[in-house]
Design a protein around this ligand. Structure first.
Ligand code: ZN
Ligand code: ZN
Length: 362
């Protein structure tokens, strides 16, 4: 990973905005993704000053780890009272206008720094590092592809074991253990295993319910590999699911394919959403698809660009996004089909490979 080039580009953009330094602060994972993106550091607490005299700072718990992970930057160890330490350090560097991430820096840290360093203006910047993260390098896309492959394999493994009588939360736990045993460094988010009427809730939490014959079971799952996330949704039926479920599945599948076909560089995210949404609206279920069609995926499972009705983003080569239309019938069932896709210079590369051509009946 070319961390130095990323920091150089951030520094160039910061100068364009009249800033003379940019500060990334990660306290107990508050901004772990941006710090990791710029330095490779995977610990829970650390900070980065981007500017004429760049510097990585962390506390004594992470000094050795930073020595292994952070290349090409001086590393300094803070005192336990690290905000006063940081304010003094910035003062010594002589900087006057310091950009600071607006999304993941707490109000407390921002106010404390302003109080401790009254001669420095801290200027909140929305999305500066996040904008850089949208366009993935080939190396990043390979890591996401590896996470997607493992996610597919895990689903195959668990689907072979799925049967009436199993509790949702046990299925989710078994799958998470399988991912960790087979190369994942964790899961990208709390795995969703939603059976029966639970599948109608898009962000359902798996619970005590046991799977019954005739249920649909929705899996929204993702492994994390080398820091990068995957995101996949498939629905399977345990026993004959009935005519309505098969009909809804076909509509969602057509919306998924239409969305994937609309993805290419130069197309607005909201137009991809519109293309897929139109399939569901024409089938008479427009009011049963409440969420956006998709989102970017990378070091975080939800990042830019957006692929929803409110998105102002235009897709570019190197973006990795999900396409995940769904129809949810409260109290009955829900169906969502989600694929992960990378935008290339001349088309797309679909990273999800778990079959979807028809509703899998176990
Ligand atoms: Zn998902
Ligand atoms: Zn998703």
């Amino acid at each position: 990973m070319d961390y130095a080039a990323r920091r150089e580009e951030l520094w160039r953009r910061a100068r364009e905005r009249g800033l003379d330094a940019f500060l990334v602060i990660n306290v107990e994972h508050s901004d772990g993704a941006n710090l990791r993106y710029l330095t490779g550091f995977s610990g829970s607490t650390g900070g980065l000053i981007v500017g004429a005299q760049p510097l990585f700072v962390t506390d004594s718990r992470y000094t050795e780890q930073a020595g292994h992970e952070v290349v090409g930057l001086p590393i300094e160890e803070t005192t336990p009272r690290w905000l006063p330490w940081l304010a003094d350090k910035l003062g010594a560097l002589g900087v006057k206008r310091v950009g600071i991430g607006a999304h993941r820096t707490s109000v407390y840290v921002f106010q404390e720094l302003a109080r401790l360093a009254p001669g420095i203006e801290f200027v909140p910047q929305a999305g500066m590092v996040e904008d850089l993260r949208r366009v993935k390098s080939g190396e990043e896309i390979e890591r996401i592809a590896a996470a997607a492959r493992l996610t597919d394999e895990g689903l195959r493994w668990i689907v072979d074991r799925l049967a009436p009588g199993l509790r949702e939360r046990d299925v989710a736990l078994d799958l998470e253990v399988w991912y960790r045993r087979n190369g994942a460094h964790g899961v990208a988010f709390d795995l969703i295993v939603a059976s029966g009427p639970g599948s109608a809730m898009p962000h359902y939490r798996p619970g005590e319910r046991t799977i019954e014959r005739g249920d649909l079971v929705l899996f929204d799952i993702g492994a994390r590999v080398d820091g990068y996330c995957a995101d996949l949704t498939r629905v399977v039926a345990v026993g004959e699911p009935g005519r309505d479920a098969r009909d809804i599945y076909r509509i969602v599948l057509e919306a998924n394919r239409t969305g994937l076909a609309a993805v290419r560089a130069g197309v607005a995210g909201k137009d991809v959403d519109l293309a897929a949404r139109d399939v569901i609206v024409r089938a008479g279920h427009g009011d049963r698809f409440g969420h956006g069609l998709g989102h970017g995926v990378g070091l975080e499972v939800h990042e830019g660009p957006g692929v929803g009705p409110a998105s102002e983003d235009v897709l570019a080569p190197g973006n990795v996004v999900t396409i995940e239309p769904g129809i949810y019938l409260p109290g009955r069932f829900g169906i969502r089909i989600e694929d992960l896709v990378a935008v290339t210079a001349d088309g797309v590369r679909v990273l999800s490979s778990f079959p979807k051509d028809e509703l899998l009946v176990l």
